[in-house]
Design a protein around this ligand. Structure first.
Ligand SMILES: [Mg+2]
Length: 269
């Protein structure tokens, strides 16, 4: 009898000490597993942290070498101040929560803009610290994004996504301004092929590091449908050949973040 009482008391105490179970997660049956990975997995956070940790270690070395540039073929770096270039989506700001909405509302540029302006941005782990350390070392930080600079019906301004992008970056812990955010179509010749904008930054700066989640954040001509100045369609073979061409840059000036959700690779799958 006494034993039963002690056991009962122990169970009551154990019950008190056990936290209430978490609410059951929403069913995500229709959501792509890559999107769920980016939204929920600790692994995604860990890979992002690892990429930026490597870059932070490399920063002093790449900064100290006055000849070094992360733009292949750019020889004209003498005397230019150092800069780094980051992409925005899946590089500084995660789109995983937005990607889930694609189950019921197909992607459009306006829907992406509208979702981003109405929701807090989810930071990519490590990006804000990278930006802080680069700036502390005297490096200027540019964002080259394929978010579009265009008017939207019923929205004020010719380029409303630029301010929303600046707001998103602030929500992700990064302060910046329009001068450092280079959008698609913001200037003539700035289409979604980012080479032109990298070269634009390189005219005034020594670009020492590139950060992105898409091959196109580093390598030019990565799409099946070529955009100027590219003339040949990318293929699986051409994209893989570029791995060898630029082998020295990966993890050494070029830092790629994981993105299993979208990207230029899907045009040649
Ligand atoms: Mg991106």
């Amino acid at each position: 009898m006494k034993t039963h009482y002690v056991l009962f008391a122990a169970l009551v105490l154990a019950g008190c000490a056990t936290p209430a179970p978490e609410a059951a997660p929403e069913p995500d049956d229709d959501v792509d597993i890559g999107v769920l990975w980016a939204e929920h997995s600790a692994e995604y956070q860990a890979v992002s942290a690892q990429v930026y940790a490597q870059a932070r270690k490399d920063l002093p070395r790449l900064l100290a070498d006055p000849e070094w540039t992360a733009l292949p073929g750019d020889q004209d770096v003498a005397g230019k101040p150092p800069a780094i270039i980051l992409d925005v989506d899946e590089t500084a700001v995660s789109n995983a929560a937005y990607q889930k909405t694609l189950v019921y509302a197909p992607y459009t540029r306006f829907r992406h803009f509208d979702w981003m302006r109405n929701n807090d941005a989810m930071p990519v782990r490590g990006a804000a610290r990278m930006v802080d350390e680069a700036r502390a070392a005297g490096v200027e930080v540019f964002f080259v994004t394929n978010r579009a600079c265009e008017p939207f019906d019923g929205v004020e301004g010719d380029c409303p996504y630029e301010q929303v992008t600046i707001d998103d970056l602030r929500e992700a812990g990064i302060e910046t301004d329009p001068e450092h955010v280079l959008m698609a179509w913001e200037q003539p010749g700035w289409d979604k092929e980012k080479l032109t904008r990298r070269e634009h930054v390189a005219r005034t700066h020594r670009v020492i590091m590139l950060f992105g989640d898409d091959y196109g954040d580093f390598v030019h001509c990565t799409r099946a449908k070529p955009l100027a100045p590219c003339t040949e369609p990318a293929t699986r073979a051409s994209r893989h050949a570029a791995l060898d061409t630029y082998d020295e840059y990966w993890g050494n000036g070029w830092y790629i973040l994981p993105n299993p959700m979208h990207g230029s690779w899907t045009t040649v799958r």
